[in-house]
Design a binder for this molecule. Structure first.
Ligand SMILES: CC(C)(COP(=O)(O)OP(=O)(O)OC[C@H]1O[C@@H](n2cnc3c(N)ncnc32)[C@H](O)[C@@H]1OP(=O)(O)O)[C@@H](O)C(=O)NCCC(=O)NCCS
Length: 187
């Protein structure tokens, strides 16, 4: 009996070590102007566009760069580069201010070879911790394509719950979205 319990405790310890190790692997840092080249690549990736905005219109690089500068300088919204192994940039996480209690989260792991390794889940967790514990928000909201099962699962891993479907009849690129949210102080 004790031998079995011992093995079980050992497995739990190993699992905790693995989670701690993974968490230290992921870092969020504020974006800076020199990150633009990564964002430009992701913003032009049709596969990523299809999973996010759905807007395939051509936009000149100069205009995209202006938009990026605006994101870097924003005092209201918070944009982070997702880093692995301290300095490799793999994606973007945004916390957009809605009101003093509520922010909207968006994530793109732009480097697809990093998908499906639990890193998106860890980055979302870090973003939610940042929003609740450093920025003082009480609710984090998001919109996701209802068929984006990978993203929905990653959000659920961090505690997001489904709120319902919202229709965007005026936007042919995004006709409907699943709304989800997580509360700081769960009832
Ligand atoms: C969405 C995204 C951030 C998730 O990050 P990730 O590192 O790939 O995801 P994770 O490995 O942390 O978790 C994915 C989960 O989805 C599950 N999954 C993967 N493909 C799936 C599918 N087709 N159907 C159901 N579940 C799926 C995985 O098993 C995993 O669940 P688990 O932790 O219970 O095993 C990342 O894939 C991404 O940036 N995608 C493109 C942009 C995007 O869709 N952004 C979200 C827009 S709202």
């Amino acid at each position: 009996m004790f031998a079995v319990l011992g093995e079980f405790q050992y497995l739990v310890l190993c699992l905790n070590d693995k989670i701690n190790y993974m968490q230290t692997k992921i870092k969020l840092r504020k974006i800076k102007e020199s990150d633009f080249k990564y964002f430009l690549k992701w913003w032009k990736d049709k596969g990523l566009i299809a999973l996010t905005s759905g807007v395939f219109n051509y936009i000149p690089d100069e205009k995209l760069q202006k938009g990026f500068k605006y994101m870097v300088e924003s005092k209201k919204d918070h944009h982070y580069a997702i880093l692995v192994s301290e300095k490799k940039i793999i994606g973007h996480l945004a916390l957009s201010h809605i009101n003093k209690n509520k922010a909207e989260i968006q994530i793109v792991v732009g480097e697809k070879e990093y998908w499906g390794k639990g890193l998106g889940t860890l980055a979302i967790k870090k973003g939610v911790d940042e929003a609740f514990n450093r920025l003082g928000y009480k609710e984090i909201y998001l919109e996701v394509r209802p068929n984006n099962q990978r993203a929905i699962k990653a959000y659920q891993n961090v505690g997001f719950k489904r709120l319902g479907i919202k229709e965007y009849p005026s936007n042919p690129n995004l006709p409907k979205v699943l709304m989800m949210s997580v509360l700081k102080d769960k009832p």
